[in-house]
Write a protein that binds this ligand. Structure first.
Ligand SMILES: O=c1ccn([C@@H]2O[C@H](COP(=O)(O)OP(=O)(O)O[C@H]3O[C@H](CO)[C@@H](O)[C@H](O)[C@H]3O)[C@@H](O)[C@H]2O)c(=O)[nH]1
Ligand SMILES: O=C(O)[C@H](O)COP(=O)(O)O
Length: 300
């Protein structure tokens, strides 16, 4: 783990966009923003990437996850191509969740390299995409690049990443210690090769990132994974009540990938009702979509 950390961690990425464009050669880059009810933030995330389109980036797609607000209109007006989750693989009814739309986005894009960015970023940094592409374009054998960052929590300068710190990283340390050097295993800002993304299953919900990390390690070894410091990443902080099901999906995905059997996909939360605490069980989907390559053989 220490050797990998030293060799595959970029603490101060210094690639210029011009250098990266030269390094691209004939390769194309797709940037994908998954979005569910992000009308307040998606426009700024699109605007942060748009200046790169036509140079470092070949296509910018917002993949809508069934938003009920104005996400689709805002994203379009900001300059992105918008794909609804039912527009691709239309014969498969969509499952709920983030991983589902990331999986479908592969069928809606064609880049050899794919960059994923969350669309709930606040003050999105235009440097994220170049930095995430740096290790892929400069180092052979890298197939997955994870961003890492300082994470504010509400008004505090740090303390964010509660599921990461209290569930995901402790679990990985216990079950897959070789991955203990990954700073942000759940981070939604990452890039990879299409070859990799199309060849592995995608967990349909919030387990998608940790599933991809484990699958990249199994497929390519640690040398196929890199991480890059993106500075600061601020996003909409959800309540603990909302984070419980996310953590349950992450835990379920890790256990499944590590061959640990689970007997239920439920999370029981507790809510106060008239002065008493009562159980409030919620079903959590822990399921994988198969490798996209096995579902649709596309010619490029
Ligand atoms: O059903 C969904 C749920 C979320 N999203 C989008 O996915 C992104 C991240 O979702 P969010 O609910 O904001 O997750 P976070 O609280 O930010 O969770 C963190 O941890 C998750 C679990 O690993 C990762 O999926 C996230 O990318 C990461 O930011 C946002 O753009 C959402 O709009 C969808 O498109 N569909
Ligand atoms: O990545 C995480 O751990 C979750 O998205 C929670 O993040 P937050 O604590 O910054 O809201």
């Amino acid at each position: 783990m220490r050797d990998w950390f030293a060799a595959r961690t970029w603490q101060s990425p210094e690639w210029t966009v011009e250098e990266l464009v030269r390094a691209k050669g004939g390769r194309a880059v797709s940037v994908v923003l998954p979005a569910l009810d992000e009308e307040r933030t998606v426009g700024a995330v699109v605007a942060a990437v748009l200046p790169l389109v036509g140079g470092l980036v070949d296509e910018l797609v917002v993949v809508d996850s069934g938003s009920r607000d104005d996400t689709v209109r805002v994203a379009r007006e900001a300059g992105a191509r918008v794909v609804r989750r039912t527009d691709v693989l239309a014969d498969l009814p969509p499952w709920p969740g983030k991983g589902e739309v990331l999986w479908r986005s592969l069928a809606a894009t064609s880049g050899d390299l794919v960059v994923f960015l969350d669309s709930d970023l606040v003050d999105p940094d235009p440097g994220f995409v170049p930095a995430l592409l740096g290790p892929l374009l400069s180092t052979s054998g890298v197939h997955l690049v994870k961003g890492f960052y300082r994470r504010p929590l509400h008004e505090a300068a740090a303390g964010g990443g509660r599921v990461t710190e209290l569930a995901a990283r402790p679990l990985l340390n216990a079950l897959r210690p070789e991955l203990a050097g990954v700073v942000q295993p759940l981070g939604g800002e990452y890039a990879g090769t299409r070859e990799f993304f199309e060849s592995v299953p995608f967990a349909a919900g919030y387990g998608v990132e940790v599933g991809l990390l484990l699958d990249a390690c199994d497929r390519y070894g640690l040398a196929g994974i890199a991480q890059v410091n993106l500075g600061v990443r601020r996003h909409r902080n959800r309540s603990l009540h909302d984070l419980g099901p996310m953590a349950r999906q992450v835990v379920g995905t890790v256990l499944r990938r590590c061959g640990v059997p689970t007997t239920s996909d439920t999370l029981t939360r507790f809510v106060p009702v008239a002065g008493e605490w009562v159980p409030d069980p919620v079903d959590v989907l822990v399921a994988d979509r198969p490798p996209l390559r096995s579902v649709c053989q596309r010619s490029r």
